[in-house]
Design a protein around this ligand. Structure first.
Ligand code: MSS
Length: 368
């Protein structure tokens, strides 16, 4: 089928690369599979966007260093400006930022929500102060807190219960170990669209847990009672209603997919070619990846390309193959450092979250 006329970039992300982006809605933009290059880092202009609420006004980045965050649930709770945070420590992490629903469009039962294919993910460099350093400076975590809760700073629509719309997420306290309050992405001031002036970064956790324009960080005994935490982003079995007993969408699992050939440019020329893609471990480092060009019957070890950027980054992989004329089913399967293998299937759930299935990510290519 002829592709539909592309939607223009929304004005708040007019600086994105239009050729690289699929615009689903004004708050959901996906990176085109064919746009993923071999650089480990996804250029900011090509990184996906997901906003649950309308993005805040650019006035919030007019005075970046003056942005304030309230830190609660520590012995000495207080407000801190970004200016003060910058004096408290500095760390940098290269990591996969991936929407919980990435791959939702590949579920055979088509759950409702943005039908992301593979491009609600990227690998980016975040820099900021370790949350640990901030907590230490404020006397440590207080009173039996077991969650770290971040609150987004967007203006909420009027006339609705704030709890029903606000972006506020809780993650287990253990996630604090590698978490950052970040003001920089890919070496530049954090773009407003990606959470500037200040964003909570929780490496190894899905996108939603990385709260943008963060205005409050709290160490809490309970999870947030905001809807997005209580019933949103849960692994809700099909035919059930979401509730707090179901697992929250937190840590990412081992995953990989092929980006090239993308299948987007029509039939390929028969003969030798380099099959290329990305693999990551999620909460653990990725160890290896295999590729199949016969629909999963046989697998060959692929080779990682470029440097290892750490536990939370993805690795680019390549496998030289030779394809004859015909139709071929290409797939990849990663293994993490703990020996967890990317699964063939997925856990079906109402929200279409956490699709790591290698079979769902299979690519059909035609060779002429
Ligand atoms: N934050 C805030 N504040 N708001 C919103 O909306 N979203 C989420 C995160 N954070 C939000 C936040 C999501 S959901 C995601 S993915 C992410 O973010 C995205 O990011 P970027 O930067 O890419 O846009 Mo799903 O899981």
């Amino acid at each position: 089928a002829a592709p539909a006329a592309p939607k223009p970039l929304p004005s708040y992300v007019a600086w994105k690369d239009p050729a690289a982006m699929i615009v689903h809605t004004s708050g959901t933009l996906e990176t085109r599979r064919s746009a993923f290059g071999t650089s480990i880092i996804t250029p900011s202009e090509q990184l996906y966007i997901r906003n649950n609420l309308p993005a805040p006004d650019a006035s919030i980045v007019a005075d970046r260093d003056g942005w304030e965050i309230m830190v609660e649930g520590v012995k000495a709770p207080r407000k801190l400006t970004v200016r003060e945070l910058k004096t408290m420590g500095l760390e940098t992490v290269t990591m996969v930022l991936q929407c919980s629903g990435n791959g939702r469009g590949l579920f055979p039962n088509k759950p409702s929500g943005t039908p992301w294919q593979v491009g609600a993910a990227g690998c980016v460099v975040f820099s900021g102060v370790p949350v640990r350093a901030v907590v230490e400076a404020l006397g440590g975590v207080a009173g039996g807190a077991v969650y770290m809760t971040g609150t987004g700073g967007e203006k909420l629509p009027e006339g609705v219960d704030p709890k029903s719309v606000m972006v506020e997420r809780s993650v287990p306290l253990a996630a604090m170990a590698d978490a950052l309050l970040a003001w920089e992405m890919n070496g530049a001031a954090m773009p407003l669209a990606h959470g500037g002036p200040l964003r909570l970064i929780v490496p190894g956790y899905t996108g939603v847990n990385n709260v943008k324009y963060i205005k409050r960080l709290a160490f809490t005994v309970e999870q947030s009672d905001a809807k997005i935490q209580k019933t949103g982003y849960r692994i809700t079995p099909p035919d059930q209603k979401a509730d707090e007993s179901q697992p929250s969408v937190w840590e990412m699992g081992v995953k990989s997919w092929i980006n090239s050939p993308s299948g987007e440019q029509g039939p390929l020329a028969a003969g030798p070619m380099q099959v290329k893609g990305v693999a990551f471990g999620g909460i653990h480092a990725v160890k290896s990846v295999e590729v199949s060009v016969d629909g999963g019957k046989t697998w060959q070890a692929a080779r990682f390309v470029g440097p290892d950027m750490g536990r939370y980054a993805w690795r680019q992989f390549v496998l030289p193959v030779r394809l004859a004329a015909g139709t071929h089913t290409l797939m990849s399967r990663a293994t993490d450092a703990q020996g967890n293998v990317q699964p063939e299937g997925r856990v079906d759930n109402v929200g279409g979250y956490n699709n790591t299935s290698w079979r769902d990510h299979a690519l059909q290519v035609t060779v002429a």
